[in-house]
Design a protein around this ligand. Structure first.
Ligand code: NDP
Length: 329
């Protein structure tokens, strides 16, 4: 039997975690032969709720789940972990400015970065989900200098899945028939869902869909604002689909992407496509079974795309500046 891997989920009493913990613990992400030790972090006030989650996890009677450690202590949570899924973040309350949200989250992710630096395995793979996800990941990386920067990522897979689903629905196909959709930039409404290089059943998407106005207009808008549409309808933010996307992101990073296919992950820029180095920007990436990944090179960027990629970069640069300003707190 394989030795267990230790997986941390933060915000473990929240609704995304509630949809994530079952598939994660039954082998859907790291394989059906990979035992798991779960570490569940939430804030002190949520520990009673977290107890309930632990009871439910025990009652699922899952063969791969070797142990569960619930805690409100970040240092305990980070101890010897192989994977960190950072879902917990300060939620945006009504009337809250983006800056206030950022200020609160910088504190959380600075502390978690420091703790990862001290206690996690140096090979730890980190995915940040809590918003503003890219900038939270940037801060976390900054305060964990002993861990390779490329181990810090943020989730844009839900945006990719949403884009694939939009195209597939339009064509009467399933999302898996749509390949190589790219999400560029920030996980926010400035993100750029790009189908210029995507394929539908082997054909270019522009050729297959035959509606440039839709692809350059409502399609992009729908993907950018899908989160808000779910909140409006459900009165709660997306959780099931977010959890599914976290699983997709980690599984592809862990096991590698298939053939020539690529997926979108927000990762530290290495300067590719003229994106400022170090910024956590969503790129098309390919991963290998040894858990390494690289940014797909050489894609042609037209004027339309260039402008959209710059808009979302500018937002990330501004978030980075504010975040660094708050770091003194
Ligand atoms: P959710 O589980 O629904 O969401 C958690 C975070 O994921 C939010 O920041 C949310 O951002 C973000 N997110 C990113 N992408 C998406 C997406 N596509 N769809 C939906 N959400 C997305 O929140 P809950 O309030 O149910 O639970 C959060 C938990 O985190 C609470 O139990 C809280 O106590 C905990 N927490 C833990 C901390 C810690 O472990 N140190 C620190 C702070 C909170 P958005 O708000 O923009 O939707």
């Amino acid at each position: 039997e394989k030795s267990p891997i230790r997986v941390l989920v933060t915000g473990a009493a929240g609704q995304i975690a509630y949809s994530l913990l079952y598939p994660l613990s039954k082998g859907d992400v790291f394989g059906h032969d990979q035992p798991i030790e779960l570490v569940l972090l939430d804030i002190e006030a949520m520990l009673t709720v977290l107890d309930g989650v632990v009871m439910e996890m025990q009652d699922c009677a899952l063969p791969l789940l070797k142990s569960i450690i619930p805690t409100a202590d970040t240092d305990v949570a980070c101890k010897d972990i192989d994977v960190a899924i950072l879902v917990g973040a300060m939620p945006r309350r009504e009337g809250m400015e983006r800056k206030d949200l950022l200020r609160a989250n910088v504190k959380i992710f600075k502390a978690q970065g420091e703790s990862l630096d001290k206690h996690a395995k140096k090979s730890v793979k980190v995915v940040v989900v809590g918003n503003p996800a890219n900038t939270n990941a940037f801060i976390c990386k900054k305060y964990a200098p002993s861990i390779p920067p490329e181990n810090f990522t943020a989730l844009t897979r839900l945006d990719q899945n949403r884009a694939q689903a939009q195209i597939a629905t339009r064509m009467g196909l399933v999302p898996q028939d749509v390949k190589n959709v790219i999400i560029w930039g920030n996980h926010s409404n400035t993100q750029f869902p790009d189908v210029r290089h995507a394929k539908v059943a082997g054909k270019g998407v522009y050729e297959a869909v035959q509606d440039d106005a839709w692809l350059k207009g409502d399609f992009i808008k729908t993907v950018q604002t899908r989160g808000a549409a779910v909140i409006k309808a459900r009165k709660l933010s997306s959780a099931m689909s977010a959890a599914k996307a976290i699983g997709d992101h980690m599984r592809d990073w862990w096991f590698g992407t298939k053939g020539d296919e690529y997926v979108s992950m927000a990762v530290p820029s290495d300067g590719s496509y003229g994106i400022e180095k170090g910024i956590i920007y969503s790129f098309p990436v390919q991963a290998k079974p040894d858990h390494t990944y690289s940014i797909v090179q050489g894609l042609q960027i037209d004027e339309f795309s260039k402008e959209k990629m710059t808009t979302t970069l500018t937002e990330l640069q501004e978030e980075k500046c504010s975040a660094e300003e708050f770091c003194g707190y």
